[in-house]
Write a protein that binds this ligand. Sequence first.
Ligand code: SF4
Length: 115
Amino acid sequence: MANKISRRSFLQVFSTSLVAVPALLSVKNLFAANTTPPPGPKPVEETNPMAKALGYKKDASTVDAKKFPKYKAGNNCSNCVQYSKLNDGWGKCKIISAGPVSSGGWCNSYLQKKS
Ligand code: SF4
């Protein structure tokens, strides 16, 4: 009897972990997105001369829309034609090439990708 309970408990814990572990890992990955730059050159800083000249912001929502009227909500590097994805949070830009740019960034050279 003790063996049956023990086996049942084991199966319950095992089956729960089959669901719980992948779920926890995917939640962890959600929070990891956008925070880990890929290996290689450091991400472009807003103070980089080219980035500064183009009004690059790591977070597109902080763009001064009065200064850059071309900016529209929803425009960001990840949907710009100049962007090549490196990982979920970072990519290469053909214009600002000193290092990776944030997928959620924006600059005045933005050109929307055709879908
Ligand atoms: S050109 Fe496009 S990908 Fe490059 S920084 Fe500007 S908005 Fe981002």
